[in-house]
Design a binder for this molecule. Structure first.
Ligand SMILES: Cc1cc2nc3c(=O)[nH]c(=O)nc-3n(C[C@H](O)[C@H](O)[C@H](O)COP(=O)(O)OP(=O)(O)OC[C@H]3O[C@@H](n4cnc5c(N)ncnc54)[C@H](O)[C@@H]3O)c2cc1C
Length: 287
């Protein structure tokens, strides 16, 4: 449980981090909250020669909200996301996920950007970001580019982040009728199945839905068949809502392990998607 020897450098700002990444190339890893990288280094699954700490960069942390849109700095901690009042009211799926993630130390140190960049197939945020249709700001020596969540997350710990790029921010629109529901692994606390739903409602019916799952497969994915089945459902028709959600993982290749077979994950996908939808609908009934 002792990492291999490495050099440690603190980046002063984003430009400095990008310069350091260019200088050290594949030998370097970025350190944000350290809640995934440090355990991997201790297990020697990762052995970077240089660790570039971005944790002290000013202006990369915090939740900003204006004109119906959120802008998160990549270094915003899970604890901030769990408690931010605007987020809890206007995009509660993300606050739900942050509240259910890890333990107090992980929530106080770990960051939104680190979690998304790491893209663990059982991580909570990838499903939420897909359901929120978030945009990711990636900054490198070429400048800044924006990538939709649907293009950012690739299977199994991969993303579209290129060598030398930093994830600097995440943006998404208000989604007040959104929720996340999670089946925690009893040992690790990660998602055996996690479901995020973001709904648009009009006159007692669902007019649009984005639904995404994590934990079940080899990466987070949208449940498009559920989304189309939900469109037009009356918000008080429990039978129709259940029927729309039941085959949430149909057509996806699912993971199986000693704790949960692929078939069990498929069954739980329907259950937890329905829970997320019901929780999102309950928010539309709040005074
Ligand atoms: C005990 C424990 C329980 C946990 N439980 C859960 C859980 O239930 N659900 C869950 O989703 N997660 C869980 N996690 C993981 C946690 O969410 C981490 O905080 C997260 O995965 C990584 O964020 P970080 O800021 O700690 O990143 P780090 O560990 O510092 O970095 C992770 C990876 O992302 C890269 N990276 C970090 N920031 C950036 C950036 N801005 N741009 C480009 N690359 C970057 C790093 O180079 C590294 O490869 C748990 C972790 C622990 C230790």
């Amino acid at each position: 449980m002792i990492p291999a020897a490495f050099d440690y450098v603190r980046a002063r700002d984003v430009d400095d981090a990008i310069r350091l990444l260019r200088e050290h190339g594949d030998d370097a890893s970025v350190l944000a909250g350290g809640q995934s990288l440090i355990p991997l280094m201790k297990l020697r699954f990762a052995a970077p020669a240089v660790v570039i700490d971005i944790g002290g960069i000013d202006g990369l942390a915090g939740v900003r909200h204006g004109a119906g849109r959120f802008a998160l700095g990549a270094l915003t901690t899970h604890a901030t996301l769990a408690t931010d009042p605007a987020l809890r009211e206007r995009a509660p799926a993300l606050a739900d996920a942050a509240r259910e993630l890890g333990d107090p130390q992980v929530r106080n140190r770990g960051t939104a950007g680190g979690s998304c960049a790491h893209n663990d197939p059982a991580a909570d945020y990838p499903a939420v970001m897909l359901a929120l249709d978030a945009s990711f700001a990636l900054t490198g020596s070429h400048g800044r580019r924006t990538v939709a969540a649907a293009d950012f997350f690739l299977p199994m710990f991969e993303t579209t982040l290129a060598a030398g790029e930093l994830l600097t921010g995440i943006d998404f629109d208000d989604a007040p009728f959104s929720a996340y529901a999670k089946f925690h692994h009893p040992a690790s606390g990660y998602a055996v199945v996690g479901a995020a739903a973001a709904l648009r409602l009009r006159a007692g019916a669902i007019v649009d839905a984005r639904v995404a799952l994590t934990g079940a497969g080899f990466g987070a994915f949208r449940a498009y068949a559920v989304e189309s089945a939900l469109r037009g459902c009356a918000t008080d028709d429990a039978g129709a809502l259940r029927a729309a959600c039941v085959n949430a993982a149909a057509g996806q290749e699912l993971r199986g392990d000693a704790f949960a077979s692929a078939g069990y994950r498929a069954a739980m996908a329907g259950v937890f998607v329905e829970r997320a939808v019901v929780r999102a609908l309950a928010r539309s009934r709040l005074p």
